[in-house]
Design a protein around this ligand. Structure first.
Ligand code: SF4
Length: 662
């Protein structure tokens, strides 16, 4: 009986990209453990990571292709399904410009090799590709204006912090590998503050939790800067040497009125002042940003205001300090041009991710006639998914690649089952939370007959005679696309253990060489101005506010046990969500725990089960996202297509509702 440990990594769309050691016995994966060779992700995985084995072995995992016939999906052979997809691709190319094909791809499972599908479609002639963001885009753009790009402190550096502000993030649930470092910092005397409109596990372990009204965080940060200026707690030496445009910021914050700030944020100004004074007088102090704060129409401005807070206090470039958001340390390590076939496309068109349904229904030049979806579930995760569903129905032919019959797969004409990430080689570049590269060695064989996404593309390329898409194995792809990192990273060693990107500063921006046009931190950004935005951070309100008709804020965070909708594949029974509400509000509405209620927004209503939650404030409710639409979930049915212009980013959390007893 053969037993072995194999080095791999978690490919889920997560901050952490954990390094994993997989124990294989007799050709079966028996156990996954964290690989401590990665000092950030260490020896443990989260609930979702441990579920990889269940997801791989799931009872409802698709093994055979499905083809729609007479309205229903039936099993088909690979030959029949691939021939049909190839035939439809050829017909599309004959009848329309190739941009009539819409390619939808997200981060359902990461790994560089998977991006080869972009080369396939560029070689095909060029199709409609996604732009904008459903994830972190507004904040990424904001930090581009301020710093020139995103760089985050390694969580290990929080051990050097005397104060940590976790802002709009719940790492206990969504990226737990920073939590041991935060706890250790607390043991060493650091104070932990969480700023989040909702209660959370992270808030519960904090010394202070402030819960501003959703989307008002930027104003909170701006007012904190005013308090710091008034109390001589700004670091003028740092500002003069390393930044430009401070007087514009100062002008903006000095106009703020404390009563108005309190009213908009819902936080007494005394509490805001206390926090500002503490932050300004405790060095070093780290701010750890989440993606939640920028899921509003003003999301980019919010991140710029918080960046400014870090810069005025001189916390940038200091060990234990920083404003950490995302981490762009992979540039230049992968041959992206070869991988994506840059230059092969004759046709070029993009669609904005938050406006998917609208694009499909209204675009005429050419109209969308074919949708190819991989690593994504837009019929569940997009905005206004009733519209997306209608849009899907309006398109002649839809192909989805997935392991399960997701909402998107169920709305498709052909479903091609794919390999689980443990069943193929890949390479995972550093995520938002650390700087380690992982090689995913194939751990186990896939069920007989199941193809990987790459093998599917190879089959289609042969049928289409697509000469500029090379028919390669994943290993060969990795050999080619990792050429730029040869000499810096030992690929053979990488197969054995995670390796840190070489040549990085220990502390981002400690050399004070920013990637902005001025080379300094920019409180005032000409780039932002040239691109149509305000040059300086500011609070510019929201597009939606509570009203008589919709008196409650509705926030839809992530569940601990599922990465978006993925792990709901394992949930038997219905996926009707739970709406969390304060008992004071529930009493006022005449509702009790367990009641079936309807939650309505401007888009319509969804059924939910009421759960009392004393930690949540009475003006807001929470529903975890991810449940499948056709099983009674699909909270995104009632989320409109709203976005932050900065980053063309989905404003999922800018939502107001009413709750009524059914
Ligand atoms: S989901 Fe995130 S935290 Fe969990 S195992 Fe995967 S990478 Fe690690």
């Amino acid at each position: 009986m053969e037993k072995k440990w194999i080095s791999t990594a978690c490919t889920l769309d997560c901050w952490d990209s954990c390094s994993i050691r997989a124990f294989v016995e007799d050709g079966q994966v028996k156990k996954l453990v964290g690989n401590p060779e990665n000092p950030v992700t260490g020896h443990f995985l989260c609930e979702k990571g441990y579920k990889h084995i269940k997801m791989r072995n799931g009872r409802k995992r698709l093994i055979k292709p499905l083809i729609r016939e007479a309205g229903a999906l039936r099993e088909a052979s690979w030959e029949e399904a691939l021939d049909l997809v190839a035939e439809k691709l050829l017909k599309l190319r004959k009848d329309y410009p190739t941009s009539a094909l819409l390619y939808i791809s997200e981060f359902g499972n990461s790994g560089v090799v998977k991006k080869a599908d972009q080369r396939f479609f560029n070689a095909f002639g060029g199709v409609t590709m996604p732009t904008g963001s459903l994830c972190a885009g507004a904040g990424v753009e904001a930090q581009r204006y301020d710093f020139g790009k995103c760089l985050a402190h390694e969580p290990t550096d929080y051990l050097n912090s005397r104060m940590i502000i976790v802002w709009g993030r719940n790492p206990v649930t969504t990226g737990p590998h920073m939590v041991p470092f935060i706890k250790k910092a607390q043991e060493n005397g650091a104070r932990l503050v969480t700023i989040d409109p909702l209660p959370s596990e992270t808030a519960a372990m904090s010394d202070l939790h402030l819960a501003p009204k959703p989307g008002s965080d930027g104003l909170l940060a701006m007012y904190m800067i005013k308090v710091l200026i008034e109390n001589n707690l700004v670091d003028m030496d740092y500002i003069e040497k390393n930044t430009i445009g401070f007087h514009y910021l100062k002008e903006a914050v000095m106009e703020l009125d404390k009563n108005q700030v309190s009213e908009v944020t819902g936080i007494p100004y005394g509490d805001i002042e206390d926090l500002a004074l503490e932050y300004g007088s405790t060095k070093p102090a780290a701010i750890v940003l989440g993606f939640g704060i920028q899921r509003y129409s003003n999301g980019g401005d919010t991140v710029r205001a918080i960046d400014a807070l870090g810069a005025v206090t001189g916390n940038i470039g200091k060990s234990g300090g920083g404003v950490s958001y995302n981490n762009s340390v992979s540039q230049g390590l992968i041959d992206e041009d070869f991988l994506k076939g840059t230059g092969l496309a004759k046709e070029k068109r993009t669609y904005d991710r938050p406006l998917l349904g609208d694009f499909i229904l209204t675009e005429k030049n050419p109209p969308v006639r074919f949708i190819y979806t991989a690593r994504a579930n837009p019929v569940n995760q997009g905005m206004d998914i009733e519209k997306i569903l209608k849009a899907f129905k309006s398109v002649d032919f839809k192909v989805t690649l997935d392991m399960y019959l997701t909402d998107t797969a169920a709305a498709s004409d052909v479903v091609l089952p794919v390999k689980h990430p443990l069943e193929e080689d890949n390479i995972v570049m550093p995520p938002a939370n650390h700087s380690y590269i992982n090689y995913c060695n194939k751990v186990v064989e896939s069920p007989e007959g199941v193809l990987s996404e790459l093998e599917i593309l190879n089959e289609l390329a042969m049928r289409l005679d697509l000469g500029s898409f090379p028919l390669l194995s994943p290993e060969k792809w990795i050999e080619i696309i990792t050429q730029p990192m040869r000499g810096k990273i030992d690929i053979e060693l990488l197969k054995e253990k995670p390796l840190k990107v070489p040549g990085l500063l220990d502390i981002p921006w400690s050399d004070s060489r920013f990637f902005t046009p001025s080379g300094k931190f920019e409180f005032y950004s000409e780039t932002a101005k040239d691109e149509g935005f305000f040059p300086t951070a500011g609070y510019r309100g929201l597009e939606t506010e509570v009203s008589k008709e919709f008196p409650l804020y509705l926030i839809t965070p992530k569940l601990r046990g599922s990465l978006h909708s993925q792990h709901f594949a394992l949930v038997e029974g219905d996926h009707v969500p739970t709406v969390h509400i304060n008992s004071t509000k529930a009493n006022e509405l005449g509702m009790e725990e367990g009641d079936t209620v309807s939650v309505s927004t401007q888009m319509g209503s969804i059924k939910a089960i009421l759960k009392l939650d004393e930690d949540i404030l009475p003006d807001r409710v929470k529903i975890y996202q991810g449940g499948w639409t056709r099983k009674g979930g699909g909270i995104n049915r009632i989320i409109p297509e709203r976005y932050s212009r900065m980053g063309m980013h989905a404003a999922y959390y800018e939502l107001v509702c009413r709750v009524e007893k059914e």
